[in-house]
Design a protein. Structure first.
Length: 231
């Protein structure tokens, strides 16, 4: 199942000009960062380590300018951002979902800087409020060092879970994890705490819970409690 998609058009390796454009975008970002924000951050994190370190400060400045909606004078960072895609090559990056797990599929035909720039300029296609919310997410992605997978999603989103349902609707996911009945709107903190304790007792290995699943289930319960108590 496709969760998010970013199509970047860029100069071919053999051409002397350096250009970047955007194609088809599927970037849902509600609730923030959404699947779209996660994909944009992943594209940056995946390619930034191959970009000259001297360019990193200007990359961060560009993120902040696009986040604010400032006019970006072209060319920038050795590339010109344009609308015309004639003569350009294409890279497509996707976030896919299977069952309740998310997987990144990177299709890189251009150089790493072109992929980073494409992810940043994709912010311009989004609503101002969404740009402001996602800017810090992209800046955060610049600090990631490691594989681009489940641990990256948890880092970027800032919680302990990385399931597709938790990213799509954290509140509904949390209510389901803690076992609240359908139709529950806003449980009290006392009800949340009681559900958490009851569920924790069930999944804990000392009370018969499966040893191989206990760590994941306990983490999900703790995250579900956090999501509901902060609302």
């Amino acid at each position: 199942m496709l969760l998010a998609e970013l199509e970047i058009w860029h100069s071919r390796p053999i051409t002397p000009t350096r250009r970047v454009a955007l194609g088809h975008l599927v970037l849902p970002a509600d609730p923030t960062p959404g699947f779209g924000g996660v994909l944009l951050g992943a594209v940056i994190a995946r390619h930034l380590f191959e970009v000259d370190d001297d360019l990193h400060p200007d990359i961060q400045r560009l993120i902040l300018e696009v986040q604010r909606g400032d006019r970006v004078v072209q060319p920038r960072l050795r590339h010109r951002f344009q609308v015309d895609r004639h003569g350009l090559s294409r890279s497509v990056h996707r976030l896919m979902g299977e069952d309740d797990a998310a997987e990144f599929v990177f299709g890189t035909n251009g150089n790493p800087l072109q992929q980073v720039l494409g992810a940043i300029y994709a912010l311009e296609r989004l609503e101002p409020a969404t740009r402001r919310a996602l800017g810090p997410v992209l800046v955060r992605s610049m600090s990631w060092r490691g594989p681009i997978g489940a641990s990256f999603i948890s880092y970027l989103v800032g919680n302990a879970t990385n399931s597709v349902s938790a990213l799509a609707d954290p509140r509904a996911w949390a209510l389901e994890v803690l076992g609240f009945p359908a139709g529950t709107i806003k449980p009290s903190k006392r009800e949340i705490t009681q559900r958490f304790r009851d569920k924790l007792r069930l999944v804990h290995p000392d009370h018969g819970g499966a040893q191989d699943r206990a760590s994941r289930e306990i983490a999900d319960l703790a995250e579900a409690r956090r999501v509901l108590t902060k609302l």
